[in-house]
Design a binder for this molecule. Structure first.
Ligand code: GLU
Length: 468
């Protein structure tokens, strides 16, 4: 068994492509088969090396390792030429000398008669070479019978050959076309299962006819529906991030994205979170829904949070370090990053958010959050903050336990509930009203910065008093 992913390198790795690749990968892994990566770069105008790299980078980040490839179609032109020649020799393909103008006229006439535009087979028999016309090569599609596709996702699809025309397999400059290269490759690479987007379903009968003409064994097909945005239109940039690498930038874990993608159009009871082993075991391409699915950013965020909560702190620490770095923070200059992760692991939906809400641990903030300051940095907070400052300044053991006791003792001495002390203190040292437990928060910030920030908060309250 062999599956493949065959992207055209004309852009980044798109969410939809990643899902198709993942389904192919899962199918191969489940059945002990091999997964092939093939870069379909024959469109030289639109294919770029940057895009090849972006696709490879996306596959690597997702952990979709391939067993064979990457193969590049541009390395295989000799092979395509050989197959085209064989088809010509066997009389299964022919040179067509019809000019652009003739084809345009034909098209217009057909449209006027409300017929489906298709090539009329004029050069199929006895065409003469015409001076100044470089011929294209067309495949002699059977004129009778039907092509039956037993698609693993779409079910049985039947197309009459009378609906198909003689497909161009080589352009006038000799370069092979998409349908030809795909079938030669699928055949040569021993692909047994073609899992791809259903935007290719209309190519499949033509490809099957070509494979038959080459006397190749037919693969099994599975056409996966498109992913739509919440407005029911095909997912695109308008709906938000569609590039896989953008999700890395935005602080998603690759496992969470894969889990989300596998669930999009496939389910196993009510289960939402799957380990990779479970996905390999439970996923069955036959169970993929034939109708399009709608991308739901909220659900992806929720799933990402589940993965962050349940991951090993060391793993999150690695990713958090990268995102802190993007904020210009060197995590080695702060407390042990594992302590930061443990304090924040349940508090962020993305790693970007985790980095943002951890910024206060590494550097002083500029401004207090206005809402939080208005509510908690009031004249009544002055005494508790002064008492806290004195107690903390005297504290030598800056451990979570000792800090906890100190906050508790100050609250008791003032006959205040702990929250009445902890909340102004939190706003003073974090700048906002939300953070991990106050003892943990102070431990992460360290003594020097804590005292400095309390002073700043006291100054803020004083200014407020003076301003009336
Ligand atoms: N290269 C094609 C694409 O990117 C896919 C071809 C195929 O899967 O057969 O859409």
């Amino acid at each position: 068994m062999r599956t493949r992913f065959a992207p055209s390198p004309t852009g980044y790795l798109h969410i939809g492509g990643a899902r198709t690749a993942f389904y192919s990968w899962l199918h191969a892994r489940k059945h002990g088969g091999r997964f092939v990566l093939r870069i379909e770069d024959t469109d030289r105008e639109r294919s770029t090396e940057a895009s090849v790299n972006a696709i490879l980078e996306g596959m690597t980040w997702l952990g979709l390792e391939y067993d064979e490839g990457p193969f590049f179609q541009t390395d295989r032109f000799d092979r395509y030429a050989e197959v085209i020649q064989q088809l010509l020799d066997k009389g299964l393909a022919y040179r067509c000398y019809c000019t652009r103008e003739e084809l345009d006229d034909l098209r217009e006439q057909q449209m006027a008669r409300k017929e489906k535009p298709r090539y009329n087979g004029k050069c199929r028999v006895g065409a003469q070479a015409r001076e100044g016309v470089e011929p294209v090569i067309r495949f002699k599609n059977p004129t009778e019978g039907a092509v039956v596709i037993d698609d693993l996702v779409k079910g049985r699809v039947v197309i009459q050959n009378s609906e198909l025309d003689d497909l161009i397999i080589a352009r006038s400059d000799g370069t092979p076309t998409y349908n030809l290269t795909v079938v030669v490759d699928d055949w040569d690479m021993g692909v047994t299962h073609v899992i791809r987007g259903d935007d290719h379903l209309n190519n499949t009968p033509r490809q099957i006819n070509l494979l038959r003409a080459m006397e190749a064994e037919l693969p099994i097909y599975a056409h996966v529906p498109m992913i739509l945005g919440e407005d029911g239109k095909r997912l695109s940039k308008r709906h938000g991030a569609v590039s896989v690498m953008q999700y890395r930038e935005d602080g998603f874990l690759p496992e969470a994205l894969l889990n989300y993608l596998v669930r999009l159009g496939w389910s196993h009871g009510d289960q939402e979170v799957f380990s990779m082993d479970e996905m390999i075991e439970l996923f069955d391409i036959k169970d993929v829904n034939g109708a399009a699915s709608i991308f739901n950013q909220e659900k992806l965020l929720w799933l990402n949070q589940q993965y962050i909560i349940n991951a090993e702190p060391e793993y999150i620490a690695h990713h958090l370090g990268i995102h802190l770095g993007k904020l210009g923070i060197d995590p080695s200059e702060g407390p042990d990053i594992l302590l930061v992760v443990k304090a924040q692991q349940e508090r962020a939906k993305t790693l970007v958010e985790m980095a943002q809400i951890s910024e206060f641990i590494y550097r002083d903030f500029d401004e207090f959050d206005p809402q939080a300051a208005k509510k908690h940095l009031r004249p009544v907070a002055q005494e508790p903050l002064e008492k806290m400052k004195a107690a903390l300044a005297a504290l030598e053991d800056w451990s979570i336990e000792a800090l906890h006791q100190t906050v508790q003792q100050v609250s008791e001495a003032l006959e205040l509930k702990m929250g009445k002390v902890a909340q102004p203190l939190r706003v003073a040292v974090v700048g906002r009203a939300a953070s991990p437990g106050i003892d943990e928060t102070l431990a992460l910030i360290g003594k020097e910065a804590t005292l400095r920030r309390i002073d700043k908060a006291l100054g803020f309250i004083l200014q407020r008093v003076q301003a009336g």
